[in-house]
Design a protein around this ligand. Structure first.
Ligand code: SAH
Ligand code: F3S
Length: 491
């Protein structure tokens, strides 16, 4: 099943359009969450103005940057292995190349990185990318450079990202940074700082600009998008200290969705990630109200046991989560729902694990991202709880979780067989150059013969077969999203 992630996501990125006058070469590699991939586009934008063009050939790079992930130990080990590879390239064929570490590992390890890894010249945390021109100047002069200061304000709202490795159809637009939730297992609040939201006008401007450039789908990004709250800038936690005027005119996530959906009614809108304790019924009604907001919610739960949810500091119960699922189905018919799960959190018993499996049976998730618990230094769980579930037990429970997900995923996919669904064509199918791949509103990938359709078209696809992650069918014409005249919004 494609959606079950066993390896961390990774990618080396290049911009299609290179600036002729730029003489230096940047190799940039990203690991981890979508936010890291989006941040790399901001970094590329900043460095393009400093005379860099991107390359996928490390041997010719002047500067090699790796945007890192700390979420699980394995993610950090992957980056350490990459650093060894950079070292070999530097020794063998590119003695002048400089190496910078960005992202969550940079923030977590700070200047310790320079001591631990000789290859590293520069360490830059997620809020310090605007300082890159100065930091690069430092390393050019042979010094080491570090900036890991977390910010109360920074949202990079004023930087137009350079789209890396783009299919020209789908793009990320970041709307919040940081996370205030303090789930006890999670390193993100430490590496990405406190929550702040981006000015809605700059978000809409970016969306309009993407539409002008031919993009058809955006994903609004944040660690916890439902917590979005713009009241003129500053930390979310300081909202209560803002003026009455600022509070009265604040924009929340549901309002932002309405604004974005209305600004570009033919642009599809997705968002990630939703948090069960923060998603409001207003958000559900906003999704239902707009034809162009996709019927898909990524709604991590982590565990189905009330006791474990409490230990994780997830601020809802199993029952509240189940009632939320019921409301989603009542308000948004045919909404797809996906999960994140953690197997083997400290103190998890067989009974807790069974509660997770039974919750999964209740929800019947469309997809899932499932992980064995990995203790992260400095988190509350690491400080207060012993990592006491043996590795083989974690693995067995994880496999049982994956098995249920495979089964419900297939059941959910089969629902579409015999139906005709609207898909946005994104790229060629991985398995055949005669087929397109596009997603439907529920985020299922459909593959179908290319015929005369092209990338970026909205088409109606008759589904005749499926696997647990892919729908198989044939296009039967354009959808009304293609035609502004017949197009009819639900609102
Ligand atoms: N709100 C974030 C969550 C980031 S972490 C978002 O935008 O996706 C993504 C997922 O990694 C979490 O939902 C959780 O399931 C998993 N995860 C986080 N910390 C973990 C840990 N210490 N061990 C195992 N999995 C973890
Ligand atoms: Fe991590 Fe929980 Fe925030 S999983 S990113 S602390 S919502």
């Amino acid at each position: 099943m494609e959606k079950i992630i066993e390896e961390e996501k990774q990618g080396t990125a290049v911009v299609l359009e290179q600036k002729q006058e730029n003489k230096r070469k940047l190799y940039i590699e990203s690991y981890g969450c979508q936010m890291n991939f989006s941040d790399s586009e901001i970094v590329a934008s900043i460095l393009t103005k400093e005379g860099f063009n991107t390359t996928t050939v490390m041997e010719e790079a002047d500067l090699v940057l790796v945007n890192t992930c700390s979420i699980r130990d394995k993610a950090e080990q992957t980056v350490r292995k990459r650093l060894e590879k950079y070292n070999r390239v530097k020794e063998r064929s590119n003695p002048h190349m400089k190496v910078g570490v960005l992202g969550c590992m940079a923030e977590r390890l700070k200047s310790k990185f320079l001591e631990e890894e000789k290859i590293v010249d520069m360490v830059v945390g997620p809020d310090a990318y605007k300082d890159l021109p100065n930091l690069v100047a430092e390393i050019d002069e042979g010094r080491e450079a570090v900036n890991v200061i977390l910010s109360k304000e920074e949202t990079y709202g004023d930087i137009a990202p350079v789209r890396l490795n783009s299919n020209g159809v789908t793009a990320f637009v970041s709307i919040t940074r940081g996370c205030d939730n303090m789930c006890t297992f999670c390193v993100v609040p430490f590496t990405r700082g406190r929550e702040r939201s981006r000015d809605p006008y700059s978000i809409i401007e970016e969306v309009n600009d993407l539409w002008e450039k031919g993009y058809k789908e955006i994903t609004l990004l944040g660690q916890n998008v439902d917590s979005y709250l713009w009241y003129g800038g500053g930390l979310k936690k300081d909202f209560k200290k803002a003026s009455k005027m600022a509070q009265a005119t604040a924009v929340d996530f549901a309002q932002l969705l309405h604004k974005v959906a209305n600004a570009q009614p033919h642009m599809r809108i997705r968002f990630s990630t939703s948090n069960p304790q923060d998603i409001s019924d207003d958000v559900l009604h906003a999704i239902a109200a707009h034809r162009n907001i996709c019927n898909y919610i990524h709604l991590p739960v982590q565990s189905g046991s009330d006791r474990i949810l409490k230990e994780m500091n997830r601020l809802h119960t199993r029952d509240e989560y189940m009632r939320l699922i019921d409301r989603i189905h009542a308000i948004i018919p045919e909404c797809a729902i996906s999960q994140d799960m953690i197997a083997g959190f400290p103190t998890e018993t067989e009974k807790d694990h069974q509660d997770t499996l039974s919750l999964m049976e209740y929800v019947k998730y469309d997809y899932g991202f499932m992980f064995a618990y990995s203790e992260r230094p400095g988190t509350l769980a690491a400080r207060k709880l012993e990592d006491d579930v043996p590795e083989e037990v974690k693995k067995r429970r994880l496999n049982e979780i994956i098995d249920v997900q495979r089964r419900t995923g297939l059941e959910r996919a089969q629902y579409f067989v015999g139906k005709t669904v609207e898909c946005l064509i994104e790229k060629e199918s991985k398995r055949s150059d005669q087929h397109w791949a596009g997603r439907n509103t529920q985020n299922y990938v459909a593959v179908f013969p290319k015929e005369n359709y092209k990338v970026g078209d909205y088409v109606m696809v008759e589904i005749s077969d499926c696997t647990s992650a892919t729908l198989i069918g044939k296009a039967v014409g354009y959808s009304d999203m293609e035609s502004p005249l017949t197009f009819d919004t639900k609102s």
